[in-house]
Ligand binder design. Sequence first.
Ligand SMILES: C[S@@+](CC[C@H](N)C(=O)[O-])C[C@H]1O[C@@H](n2cnc3c(N)ncnc32)[C@H](O)[C@@H]1O
Length: 450
Amino acid sequence: MTPPQSTRIEPVAGMSVRIETTKNRVIEGDNLAVMAALLPTHSGRVKLAYIDPPYNTGNQFTYEDNRGEEWVMMMRPRLEAAHTLLCEGGAIVVHIDEHEVARLTVLLDDIFGRENRLGTIVWDKGNPKGDANSIAVQHESIVAFAKRKSQFHPLEQAKPNVEAMLAKATDLMGTLGKVMLPPDLAKTASRYRLPSVALKPHRRARTLDDINKAFAAWLRDQRAFRPGERAYNRIDSSGRVYQAVSMAWPNKKRAPDHYFVPLIHPETGKPCPVPERGWRNPPRTMTRLLAEGRVVFGADEQTQPRRKYFLHEVQTENVPSIFKDGSSDDRRLAKMGVPFDHPKPLTVAQRIVRWFTHQPGDIVLDFFAGSGTTGHAVLAENRERNAGLQFVLIQRPEPVGERSAGKRAGFDRVIDMTRTRLQRAIAAMDEDALPGPTEDRGFAAERLVP
Ligand SMILES: C[S@@+](CC[C@H](N)C(=O)[O-])C[C@H]1O[C@@H](n2cnc3c(N)ncnc32)[C@H](O)[C@@H]1O
């Protein structure tokens, strides 16, 4: 794709926010022409192309969603342009529903290469379509391809409850040695409101064992935690949360002969039981685990030692292929005075932006901007996590549907809704901003001109 000689991008007067300092851009124009104009400056620089193109449903929303068989012909050159704009470690993420998911995947296979597939996330919206006479669809797909998979950083997300567990453990460790009631008695005392005079003789200095009991009881009450998280139910003397896992040889056959060296109990000095089929690791690894304090012994040599897996070392997990989010942002946008049909929920967009960006300065491009959800998500990520991301949004000056809520709210063109939403999102963030240096809460409003 060669950049056209005859177009340029120029500012739109009076629409930008903090134009002098911002690196974010909202560009009015057909996305193919705008991407062509961006080639000289942006080729190989975009980290994430995150788009939500028309789904080819044949409906008239705020924007037109009916392109018939032309859909593939419309998408191909735009996806090719996105491929050129992406950096080597970048990725494209596309929202799509059942109408075009198959053709979209084939198209991306063709342009990005099958070997660069990152996978398809099923977004469960929890609400089956009621008018279906076939399978009632309650999900959309989010198809992801890397520009070059070998250079793409692993897709990970924070485990949801790890932070709360670590915080609870720190809190409890703060009570070590303090004169208190033992945890089980404290619970009974508060349930039956027992008088403190009667309890006084039972107060004693809190031990690590007490802390472990209190932690296990707290975990039992956290119904929303997953079993894998609840398994981390112990705290060691350094305050680290861990689970104790068997170190037995996992296969049916016996381990090699030198995998049977017994471990010596640190207090009794006597050998502990060795698993029937031997240890899982060779003696060299067992020595290292011992030296690193990763082996947990029983009260004496009668208990088989187990391995400690620390919670703080597994704070992330791979991004799963399904996520549930039944939220809708119709109300949010109506409240902002920008009633755009079917905006993507901010929570979903933020999740995608978080997963697929990596470091400050990463550029997020959305060339089917609509109401500007992607821009809003970048602003929110920068605000909440100091992520330092930038966005480039492209939206053509398409007229809003004659019978849409957007028209009734006084908007003539979709791009006006994009800019207004971002202006209002920034104004709301400005209102509760802390004084001092801030993240980039601005955007340059621009347009492509012949
Ligand atoms: C499904 S909507 C995107 C909605 C958006 N994700 C949101 O949350 O508001 C698709 C948008 O792409 C725009 N669009 C379609 N074709 C385009 C083109 N060739 N160039 C630029 N924008 C285009 C439409 O006007 C519409 O606003």
